[in-house]
Design a protein around this ligand. Sequence first.
Ligand SMILES: Nc1ncnc2c1ncn2[C@@H]1O[C@H](COP(=O)(O)OP(=O)(O)OP(=O)(O)O)[C@@H](O)[C@H]1O
Ligand SMILES: O=P(O)(O)OC[C@H]1O[C@H](OP(=O)(O)OP(=O)(O)O)[C@H](O)[C@@H]1O
Length: 302
Amino acid sequence: MNVDALNGRLLFAIPKKGRLHEKCLELLAGADIQFRRDHRLDVCLVKNHNIALVFLPASDIPSFVGKGNVDLGITGQDVIQESQMQRHVTEVLPLNFGKCALQVQVPEAGPTQTVEQLAGKRVVTSFEVLSGEYFGRLDAQLGLFGDKKTKIEYVGGSVEAACALGLADGIVDLVESGDTMRAAGLHAIATLMQSEAVLIKSSTPKHEALGPLTQLITARLAGVVAAGRYVVCEYNVRREELHAATAITPGRRAPTISPLEDEAWVAVSSMVEKRRIADVMDELVRIGAEDILIFNLDNCRV
Ligand SMILES: Nc1ncnc2c1ncn2[C@@H]1O[C@H](COP(=O)(O)OP(=O)(O)OP(=O)(O)O)[C@@H](O)[C@H]1O
Ligand SMILES: O=P(O)(O)OC[C@H]1O[C@H](OP(=O)(O)OP(=O)(O)O)[C@H](O)[C@@H]1O
């Protein structure tokens, strides 16, 4: 690709592989950001917007965005902190995927069961900056100095194997379901941070003219994220129960209430958070609501 082809385009960084990659592609499709990527190329032009996508390792995206080499990016909050770019990037939108926790883990049956016991020993991690800060504070509290301090060692992957291989007394790694941790015979004894995927932009953007396009893309992505988070709940309820019904489904602004041919009844339509829907349906049944229907959203603007 001719380098000039990128001139004036909004550069948008997407994780090139790993846990966040597929979800990002779904998000781009939902926002109708159209492109065709030659699988050997890490840069490609968007057909229907003045944007170029740049496929990068998730852990490099905070510094590319923070330094202004690319304008927008998607990555995890964990790698923003680890690369110490939190002052250089602005988190524009939480994306409701890539949720995980960075945790201190030790062998379940081992002699070390608290972080105080682990301090001063060997910790293996891919997050050496965050682990160094965490154990640095702990070492200072416990009066561990010089060669008594916790020894933090970096590995690029398969961190969970480090204890079994005799490399470490504990590890610091990401946990989502906990399957990896349990399969390795480990359990968590402390949490350094919670993380999810976020849309980020440079805190000092180089291309001010691209501001409106950044806003448009952010609004589209927010619509796709909200569509995944909410369902539409429709039901019929007796008019005298309307007050109770709107308390159960208050909607984002207010529920839509429509009259029915039978004047004793009304139809209610309301957005409800997906994770609450089973409880909401139980409560609606309890007040005598009928014909409760739940609809998934493809896309929305809220
Ligand atoms: N199990 C998980 N569940 C949810 N999100 C995760 C999980 N593991 C990692 N993430 C998120 O995805 C980001 C990328 O992690 P991933 O393990 O896919 O790295 P990667 O880019 O493939 O790098 P590498 O394979 O070189 O370690 C992490 O920084 C974190 O924000
Ligand atoms: O709690 P869980 O749901 O099991 O997820 C946690 C695992 O996911 C991540 O690794 P990933 O599988 O992305 O591969 P990696 O080790 O190559 O980074 C992380 O490093 C853990 O190993």
